[in-house]
Design a binder for this molecule. Structure first.
Ligand SMILES: [Zn+2]
Length: 336
């Protein structure tokens, strides 16, 4: 009897702390099911390279000059060249962010990872360019986006998606993408309605959009404060002549530019912060801490619609039952 009670206790505690991971078709995608309103996406660090899924090669142009993305098209064009480079170490970086965020908040973010090499499938492009006409690649692509939608639907309120990438630009800065091009940032052509954080700007009308985007109230400011060279941020207001990525398909599709309450920021990390283990470890942990601060400031929910409140209730109930069982065991041991 005592053994079975102890087993129940251990089972109860481990269940409360465990995270369910769903694998997609052929284990080529993974979804860590979260219990809070943060989603992490890792599209470009897949290492699986199955032979039956062909590499994405140059597509063909149609009569209007548009690229047709399919395998074995009749006249491949060099101007329809897909990007296939891997964002090395971004999976490790995302895991550090994930664990650090969990330690800070006792909440699990949702996390979606592609395990398929980018040369085979790219979740950060539209379906045609991302998976061409290969049935297997299309299934994996659909899994990835299905998982993001599943995460979004489970949040059912405001939230934030961080799309984790890596670049090799000479500036060695962290590039935060809100869908504004380099030119737009350089010329202050920053209309909140066209940004991936439009919903956030509507919820915090007392903060100027410029401050939210790159000033004292921005995600960039938090990185800036820890001496990470970041654009846009108070120290690097705009990229100038430097190279900069504005945010791709995932940021465009799942951010709040078009609709909804989920905002998105593309985080493009430089080589030094990804390839050097000591720097990567510190940076990954700092990303978790910063994200926890940012979420606490802008995405904290006090009302009953918070999906985490249900989880809290469940965990509290488990802990209460466990406490009673512990007391029961203590009484039994004392008496016998
Ligand atoms: Zn990327």
């Amino acid at each position: 009897m005592l053994t079975s009670i102890v087993t129940m206790l251990i089972a109860g505690f481990s269940f409360a702390n465990s995270v369910e991971i769903i694998k997609g078709h052929r284990n080529l995608t993974e979804y860590y099911i979260g219990d809070t309103n943060l989603i992490i996406s890792v599209p470009h660090n897949g290492l699986s390279s199955p032979d039956d899924i062909p590499d994405r090669k140059n597509g063909c142009k149609d009569n209007t000059g548009k690229c047709i993305w399919k395998h074995n098209c009749t006249t491949p064009s060099t101007s329809c060249k897909p990007t296939t480079v891997t964002d090395s170490h971004t999976r490790k970086l995302a895991m550090l962010l994930y664990e650090s965020y969990k330690n800070e908040t006792k909440r699990s973010p949702h996390m979606i990872i592609s395990n398929l090499r980018r040369a085979k499938m790219d979740p950060n492009r539209n379906r045609q360019e991302g998976a061409y006409d290969n049935t297997e690649a299309l299934r994996v692509y659909d899994d990835y986006h299905g998982f993001i939608n599943q995460a979004k639907n489970s949040i059912n309120s405001f939230g934030l998606l961080l799309d984790i990438h890596g670049q090799s630009h000479a500036e060695l800065w962290i590039e935060l993408g809100y869908l504004f091009s380099r030119e737009m940032l350089n010329t202050n052509d920053t209309n909140p309605e066209t940004s991936s954080i439009f919903s956030l700007s509507k919820r915090f009308k007392n903060v100027t959009f410029e401050n939210l985007l790159r000033g004292s109230e921005s995600y960039g400011k938090l990185l800036d404060d820890l001496s990470y060279k970041t654009v846009p941020s108070p120290s690097y207001w705009s990229p100038g002549n430097g190279r900069y990525f504005r945010g791709g398909y995932i940021t465009q599709t799942y951010g709040s530019r078009n609709e909804g309450e989920i905002d998105a920021i593309q985080i493009e990390s430089p080589r030094n912060l990804r390839f050097t283990p000591a720097l990567r470890n510190k940076y990954g942990k700092d990303l978790g801490t910063i994200t926890a601060q940012f979420m606490d400031k802008y995405y904290k929910r006090q009302d009953s619609t918070d999906p985490t409140s249900g989880m809290n209730g469940l965990n509290n109930a488990r802990n209460t039952i466990s406490l009673y069982l512990c007391l029961l065991i203590s009484v039994c041991l004392a008496n016998f």
